[in-house]
Design a protein around this ligand. Structure first.
Ligand code: ZN
Length: 213
């Protein structure tokens, strides 16, 4: 059985209205997001595909990957995309004491800040979408926007086919949608198939792709 929603139900958006689930529906704009990178091979593929369509996106980076692959992190920023914090070790908020969670997140913030300098916008996405109320409060107080999503491609799900992954996005997307993909080894096969299709089909329909700012 699936343990997640492809399209986030309205009730969840209302109950957790402190978090950002989507943007204005008045414009034909879509917000693609990529979690768990940066890693050289997969992130480079994503950057190339985005460039082909003059698309901008947001990358929620794991701090430890920024540490390992600073050059690819720099390339994301150089290409004009937005970056956000996804903790240093991909922590599950529900299983982590709030103090360690915050410390781990600030470790990534320092790395992002070093590369991005003053332009640093504080965006955070909790790994697994799991974050305690107290953790969220602390991050909001520090000026973070907590970015959730409107549509999951489900590229992380072993039981989803690559075709289904593309369809998940194409069928559920609307103006202002925040869409989740992963620039990870685990999602690679589906991403390599679905992302070019999603970019081509949605461009044809007149959507533009924006980074979160
Ligand atoms: Zn993640």
């Amino acid at each position: 059985m699936r343990f997640y929603f492809i399209k986030t139900p309205r009730i969840i958006k209302i109950l957790f209205s402190r978090y950002t689930w989507c943007f204005s529906s008045r414009k034909n704009e879509i917000y693609l997001t990529f979690d768990d990178g940066p890693i050289p091979e997969v992130t480079k593929f994503v950057l190339n595909e985005l460039e082909k369509h003059k698309a901008k996106a947001t990358f929620f980076c794991i701090g430890d990957n920024i540490r390992k692959y600073p050059f690819i992190f720099e390339k994301i920023i150089k290409n004009g995309h937005s970056v956000g914090n996804h903790t240093f070790n991909h922590l599950n908020g529900w299983k982590t004491p709030s103090e360690s969670y915050l410390k781990n997140t600030l470790k990534t913030e320092a790395l992002i800040h070093k590369t991005q300098g003053k332009k640093n916008i504080k965006l955070f996405r909790p790994p697994y979408g799991k974050i305690k109320h107290s953790q969220a409060s602390q991050l909001l107080k520090k000026g973070y926007k907590i970015i959730m999503w409107d549509v999951l491609s489900a590229d992380f799900d072993k039981t989803t086919t690559k075709e289904q992954c593309a369809q998940n996005v194409l069928q559920k997307v609307k103006n202002g949608s925040i869409i989740v993909f992963h620039d990870s080894i685990k999602a690679k096969e589906k991403l390599y198939y679905a992302l070019p299709i999603v970019l081509a089909e949605l461009s044809k329909k007149g959507y533009s792709f924006k980074g979160i700012i």
